[in-house]
Design a protein around this ligand. Structure first.
Ligand code: ZN
Length: 250
């Protein structure tokens, strides 16, 4: 690890008053949650469709059972734990230095680490609603539906109150982002003095567009591989986000 760069990040963090963190899949993969966008051979062997097709609105409506089989195996995973990046971000918020975490992840690990202001651009596995009566189901309820399926029941979860199909409040392909979450994200980014972007190559909508609202002092990119905005950043650290944050003190 380039310690000179970590020291530079430490200096930015120490002097900052309104840090905003924008995170992508790489933040979660370090907690063992696979990035479903990185299509590998395993997916192709096991599933008849690419993840982008399975996780689309049309597919959810037409092949709900197949959607849920994929969702249960790849998305709704029990026992994932926050890593050093989640922990440090929660500490920075508690210390009054960080105003918001904006994430493309749906796993709720930032909240599990203690973060309060988390803007979830793509929704959350912790929120699920019956499409007929609107009844709410949390992550534990969904895990127990998953268990029913593992024990030979149907994959599609049905509302115990009315029999309707339950849908996760996650943004599927073909679906629009929540407008209020987007507006809040724009507000936070445009008022930040330091914007740290981690675990994303910035190609997934709407990441690249959102960071254009940043007009603060320092733009920092932490990602294992190069991103489309490296040339715009004040600091680029090509390393593990968890390891980098574990070296930063609040
Ligand atoms: Zn219902």
């Amino acid at each position: 690890m380039d310690m000179g760069k970590v020291e530079q990040l430490q200096e930015y963090v120490s002097n900052a008053k309104r840090i905003v963190f924008f995170g992508g899949a790489g933040v979660s993969t370090e907690s063992g949650i696979p990035d479903f966008r990185s299509v590998d051979g395993l997916y192709h062997q096991k599933y008849d469709y690419p993840p982008e097709t399975i996780l689309s609105h049309t597919f959810f409506v037409r092949k709900t059972d197949d959607f849920y089989k994929f969702y249960y195996e790849k998305i709704l995973l029990k026992g994932a734990k926050p890593n050093a990046a989640h922990e440090k971000l929660a500490e920075l918020e508690a210390a009054g230095k960080l105003t918001a975490v904006i994430t493309q992840n749906i796993d709720g690990l930032h909240q599990k680490a203690g973060s309060k202001k988390v803007l979830e651009l793509h929704g959350a596995v912790s929120r699920n609603y019956c499409m007929d009566c609107g009844a709410f189901y949390d992550e534990d309820a969904m895990l127990s539906f998953k268990e029913d399926w593992q024990n030979g029941g149907s994959a599609t979860p049905h509302c115990p109150k009315c029999g309707g199909v339950i849908k996760p409040d996650v943004v599927l392909y073909e679906e629009g982002l929540d407008q209020r979450t987007l507006e809040e994200s724009v507000y936070e980014i445009s008022h930040a003095d330091v914007l740290i972007i981690g675990g994303t190559s910035l190609v997934v909508y709407p990441a690249a567009g959102l960071i254009d609202y940043f007009r603060g002092d320092h733009l920092v990119l932490v990602n294992k591989s190069a991103t489309s905005r490296d040339s715009m950043a004040d600091l680029v650290i090509a390393d593990s986000i968890g390891e980098v944050f574990s070296k930063i003190h609040v």
